[in-house]
Write a protein that binds this ligand. Structure first.
Ligand SMILES: [Zn+2]
Length: 118
């Protein structure tokens, strides 16, 4: 039985890693050109870490994550005061954080992003 809270934490970590990988791919954005060597080495480390994370997350959530992040850039977004911070739509009361405990990971009904409650 998969632990959805654990999966959610892994997805958030994966998203952070993807952001770092994107920055490492773009040395002009992250610093001077002479740092390129360091960036590439760093990138290798990041990608190894990403592969390990992806393995723990499993194909089901990973493919969903990939699909949403391709579409929006950010696949996992926080919810604050029942508002999805991805699309700023208020979520229905049936999606209360206390119901999250044992349930599946929740997706925003409007934009489809993966939600985590602050
Ligand atoms: Zn949304």
């Amino acid at each position: 039985m998969p632990n959805s809270k654990r999966t959610l934490r892994l997805l958030v970590a994966l998203q952070d890693l993807d952001l770092m990988i994107r920055e490492a791919h773009d040395p002009e954005a992250s610093g001077e050109e002479k740092n390129l060597g360091f960036s590439l080495k760093n990138l290798e480390t990041l990608q190894t870490a990403r592969a390990k994370l992806a393995e723990q997350i499993g194909p089901r959530w990973l493919s969903l994550y990939e699909r949403i992040s391709k579409r929006y850039g950010r696949a996992v977004v926080p919810v604050e005061g029942r508002v999805c911070l991805g699309c700023f739509v208020t979520l229905p009361t049936s999606m209360a954080p206390k119901k999250l405990e044992d349930s599946e990971i929740q997706l925003c009904e409007n934009c489809g992003r993966i939600l985590y409650w602050l």
